[in-house]
Design a protein around this ligand. Structure first.
Ligand code: CA
Length: 532
């Protein structure tokens, strides 16, 4: 099989060279960030639009196509990346939880692109452990990595680089474009930022951005989860009860470790310890006055939640601004090198995120804000400018799409479908009308139970199977998922039909995960943050 594949790619490359002289297949720049929710992008709808959080990503969208109904299969960092690498659901690629180690020996799309004659590169956050395979050039952060003066694992070993993580990763991508490119091959460049992942530490130049405005609040900030299955009342990702005032919100944050439970993530303090005296001064000058104002205000109750929300949303959006500037730099570099016309630029992020929605931060749930992923594609000469598609797509589809773009054959065991017809403006009548979701990491940090489910254009059914609990929503009348209709007799028939559809999706994707009922006590105890 391996042998025949390399002959096939050789023939393809010979054929392309014969037809075009140099290989004229399009390059791909895939900018992929961590935890950037679509509703924190101006090109998507949401209450944060008024803040104008992403002018450069919006510009990309205005020149290309926005995928409005873009979803992940498992809303968490490592698993989303593993799905993209393989084009297979978590239960097939083996990376179901962040604690797993990715089997780099398996088939991945960059390996297939290499065989099809592409030069491949990845810089930034891999989150899959082990050294990346399938890349001609790479440098990755160890684990979650740090925001300031981070370590990077390179082909030549681990190094420390002074600067801000988003800028460093951008510089590496620019260096690839300017100096490492093979002129005889098209390339696939993956620029994978750590930002805006928790704990949302911005570039020093952005520490006072948004100081002069109030960020609008989500309407669901004070959701009491009264209508949900018990899972939503037993989580540990509330701004009110679970956000750490120093770790998450930087109040009085210094390089000195305070007294913390043993397993607490200490990366906030580690980041501070990485800073030079000059960098620390910029930090203190920015947060010192804000901290002083907070202490003087002596807030409590809802006012304290509102303050936390403001502090959190501003730092999140400041981290997003760094990513948006990276997009600007990359686009300008393509222009400078005369590569724009033959390069597809994609902006995406591994899942959505709660930015105070339902009173939460983090992701994991199949509810809309963390199920959705941004997916914006500018393919010069192919995607219509300022176009939108409402077809349901998933990160599961990216591998097939990249292979299709490269003219490579798509192996039968990939579980996604190529998005090229949508990019070309077609409106296929036989497109999927539902998506499948499965989240596994429980019990663990944030205590979101295992669940799977199905979402159609209008309805969503969630199964917290270990507890025997279900939820059902009509997204048309209830886009915020306030009104759980499970158990409502008017919907009984529809819910039964959806249960059958869910079963068919489990069969289609061959999900043989153990989904048996394991009745156990809901755990209310607030646990310390798990070590990363
Ligand atoms: Ca993530």
């Amino acid at each position: 099989m391996k042998h025949s594949f390399s002959i096939a790619s050789l023939i393809l490359s010979l054929a392309t060279t014969a037809v075009f002289g140099a290989d004229s297949r399009p390059n791909i720049v895939f900018v992929f960030t961590d935890d950037h929710a679509p509703h924190a992008i101006g090109a998507y709808d949401g209450w944060l639009k008024s803040v104008n959080p992403t002018p450069n990503i919006d510009k990309l969208a205005s020149e290309g196509m926005v995928f409005v109904n873009s979803f992940c299969t498992n809303s968490i960092c490592g698993p989303s990346r593993a799905v993209i690498q393989t084009g297979k659901h978590s239960h097939k690629n083996g990376f179901m939880n962040n604690g797993n180690t990715f089997d780099w020996n398996q088939q991945t799309f960059p390996k297939l692109l290499q065989k099809a004659g592409y030069q491949t590169a990845i810089y930034g956050k891999s989150h899959l452990r082990g050294h990346p395979q399938g890349y001609d050039s790479w440098a990755v952060l160890p684990g979650q990595g740090l925001y300031y003066n981070p370590d990077m694992i390179t082909e030549d070993g681990q190094i420390t680089i002074e600067g801000y993580c988003t800028d460093i990763v951008t510089d590496m991508a620019v260096e690839f474009l300017k100096e490492k490119r093979d002129d005889d091959k098209p390339f696939m460049l993956m620029v994978q930022h750590k930002a805006p992942h928790r704990n949302w530490m911005p570039a020093l130049r952005h520490l006072t951005l948004y100081d002069d405005i109030e960020i609008p609040e989500p309407t669901t900030l004070f959701d009491d989860y009264s209508d949900n299955a018990p899972a939503a009342r037993h989580q540990e990702l509330e701004i009110d009860r679970h956000m750490h005032i120093n770790y998450d919100l930087f109040l009085d944050l210094t390089p000195d470790f305070p007294e913390l439970p043993e397993r607490t993530d200490k990366s906030a303090w580690r980041n501070m310890q990485r800073m030079t005296p000059e960098q620390l001064k910029v930090w203190r000058d920015a947060y010192g006055p804000k901290d002083k104002a907070f202490h003087e205000a002596n807030l409590s109750g809802k006012e304290l939640v509102r303050w936390k929300y403001q502090r959190y949303a501003k730092n999140y959006l400041r981290s997003v601004r760094g990513v948006d500037e990276s997009v600007e730099t990359l686009v300008n570099t393509l222009d400078e090198l005369d590569l724009t016309d033959n390069t597809i630029v994609i902006y995406s992020s591994d899942q959505g995120f709660y930015i105070g929605d339902h009173g939460w931060y983090d992701k994991r749930w199949m509810y809309e804000e963390s199920l959705k992923m941004p997916f914006i594609v500018k393919w010069p000469g192919v995607t219509a400018e300022g176009s939108k598609t409402y077809k349901m797509v998933q990160n599961l589809d990216y591998a097939s799409t990249f292979l299709d773009i490269a003219g490579a054959s798509i192996p039968d065991d990939l579980q996604g479908v190529s998005l090229v017809p949508l990019l070309e403006g077609e409106n296929p009548s036989d497109w999927r009308n539902s998506i499948y979701y499965h989240y596994y990491e429980y019990p663990s940090v944030h205590m979101v139970p295992r669940h799977n489910g199905i979402r159609t254009n209008r309805y969503k059914l969630l199964n917290f199977y270990e507890f025997g609990e279900w939820e059902f929503y009509d997204l048309k009348s209830d886009p915020d998922e306030y009104n759980n209709l499970y158990g409502n007799p008017e919907y009984a028939q529809l819910i039964n039909r959806m249960k059958n559809q869910l079963k068919r999706l489990e069969e289609k994707y061959e999900d043989d995960s153990d989904m048996s009922l394991k009745p156990k006590e809901w755990q209310d105890k607030v646990r310390p943050m798990a070590a990363k």
